[in-house]
Write a protein that binds this ligand. Structure first.
Ligand SMILES: Nc1ncnc2c1ncn2[C@@H]1O[C@H](COP(=O)(O)OP(=O)(O)OP(=O)(O)O)[C@@H](O)[C@H]1O
Ligand SMILES: [Mg+2]
Length: 453
């Protein structure tokens, strides 16, 4: 029995020829990503007799629609599909296992197994934890290649880890930059789709801005489900400057052993808030956290430090609250509100862009009531990654958890009433004394009038 091998298009060929440990083909919709993924798995199965491969996608129905049916047709007479085990076994002993991860616990059934190659279709639907667990299953005592191939569109619970590894290329721990290759997909790369269904690209063009940027242009800064779609680096990030002494300064914190997130906020005379310093550090007990805050704070005079109400719950072992412990260590906290929706909305008000006359008279400029100093890397990275909660679109999703701490800290600031700073006092000492004296005389006169009545 012979099999007709379909022809890949140039970007698909690039993806299929990649020998990197992790290759991601991502970006716009319709570029031909799923096609490339399943055809790569088929070619590997034919080339390496006995190879074990896993194709995984979120739901079983998506697996059927995108991969199982097509591979069954393609390999008819060469491989046999087992409906109850979701496996496709080739005559040469190779096997493709079809897996799904609709729930986090589904991953466990694949985690204990060994695979030579794993294919994750729609990887941005997968959490970082599941992805990491799967990477540990790429093993086997044989000479077959050991790799992972991923495809994805921007947006989804896995948006941030895919972006970190393949777009921003920010590696941590033992991650080796040479192992990661990204191939940008654009719908225009799929000449076959453009020819047979030219209206598909128009459908993408007609999508709302934030969705279109991700799905048509493969832009990773704007994606389906993004909470702050107004986020714009040009508007919300500013180069650091010396904060004037008369601006009122605040701190806001979110604390847990998994992460201490602290932001320093300075408010100008018009009420615009500048986030000018940050801490984002895990594994600090309260005394160490307090020491770190004092260290970074330096001589800044802080009006108050907002913290979430849960820091006022009593600890079973000490009988004290975290807030008390912070107080004992020199950081007095003020209780903020934990009304999530109100907090996110208050932050949305701060981030909302508006136009005004430029200060230098050069015409109009777009600005917002909050700007972040460009040295606050963690806030700048994580704030635009916040996703809407599917069940309550006014709230943010609490997953991926590691991106939420610093945004939560900012929310504790935004939800509280804050006041504009007074303009600097430019009076001379003599003028001040004279005015104070006049004020006190006025007070005395008023008192006298009251008594006389
Ligand atoms: N080389 C090819 N030969 C024939 N048809 C192809 C080829 N590449 C892609 N196609 C067809 O183009 C269409 C879109 O491809 P595919 O589903 O792989 O895109 P995708 O990038 O996975 O899209 P999505 O972002 O929606 O998941 C499908 O109908 C697919 O079969
Ligand atoms: Mg696809």
């Amino acid at each position: 029995m012979t099999m007709r091998i379909p022809m890949p298009q140039p970007k698909q060929r690039e993806f299929m020829l990649s020998r990197a440990k992790y290759t991601c083909y991502g970006g716009a919709r319709g570029g031909g990503k799923s096609w490339a993924l399943r055809n790569k798995a088929n070619l590997m199965a034919l080339r390496y007799a006995g190879i074990r491969q896993l194709i995984i996608r979120k739901t079983l129905s998506e697996l059927r629609d995108n991969h199982i049916t097509q591979l069954q047709l393609l390999t008819a007479g060469v491989a046999k599909y087992n409906e109850s085990k979701y496996t496709l076994t080739y005559a040469n002993g190779s096997v493709i296992i079809f897996g799904y991860f609709a729930r986090e616990s589904d991953i466990q059934q694949y985690q204990g197994n060994e695979y030579d190659v794993i294919y994750i279709d729609e990887a941005t639907q997968m959490t970082e934890l599941s992805y990491t667990m799967l990477t540990a299953s790429i093993r086997g005592i044989n000479n077959h290649p050991k790799r992972m191939y991923l495809t994805c569109n921007p947006g989804g619970v896995g948006h941030s880890w895919v972006k970190r590894l393949f777009i921003d290329r920010q590696f941590k721990g033992s991650e080796n930059p040479d192992d990661y290759v990204f191939i940008q997909a654009l719908v225009q790369d799929n000449a076959i789709l453009m020819q047979t269904q030219p209206e598909y690209i128009n459908m993408l063009r007609n999508l709302p801005d934030s969705v279109r940027e991700g799905w048509l242009n493969g832009n990773w800064d704007s994606f389906v489900g993004q909470y702050y779609t107004v986020w714009d680096r040009q508007i919300h990030v500013t180069e650091p400057f010396d904060v004037p002494n008369h601006w009122r300064r605040y701190r806001c914190i979110d604390y847990g052993l998994d992460m201490l997130a602290v932001l320093w906020v300075a408010v100008d005379e018009y009420g615009k808030a500048y986030i000018y310093k940050e801490i984002h550090e895990p594994n600090l007990i309260v005394s160490d956290a307090a020491r770190r805050i004092s260290e970074i704070n330096g001589d800044d005079e802080i009006y108050c430090t907002y913290a979430p109400p849960d820091l006022w719950s009593r600890q079973k072992d000490t009988g004290k609250t975290m807030a008390e412990l912070y107080g004992d260590n020199g950081i007095d906290l003020v209780q903020s509100s934990n009304n999530r929706v109100q907090g996110w909305m208050a932050l949305a008000e701060y981030l909302q862009p508006y136009t005004q006359q430029a200060a230098d008279g050069s015409g109009e400029e777009t600005t917002a009531n909050m700007a972040i100093f460009s040295n606050c890397d963690n806030l700048i990275k994580n704030l635009p990654l916040l996703q809407r909660d599917d069940k309550n679109p006014s709230d943010c999703d609490t997953e991926p958890h590691d991106i939420t701490h610093i945004a939560d800290a900012l929310r504790y600031y935004a939800v509280m009433h804050t006041v504009k700073s007074n303009p600097p006092d430019t009076r001379t000492e003599q003028q001040k004394m004279l005015q104070e004296h006049k004020k006190s005389m006025l007070g005395t006169n008023k008192q006298n009038r009251k008594w006389r009545r």
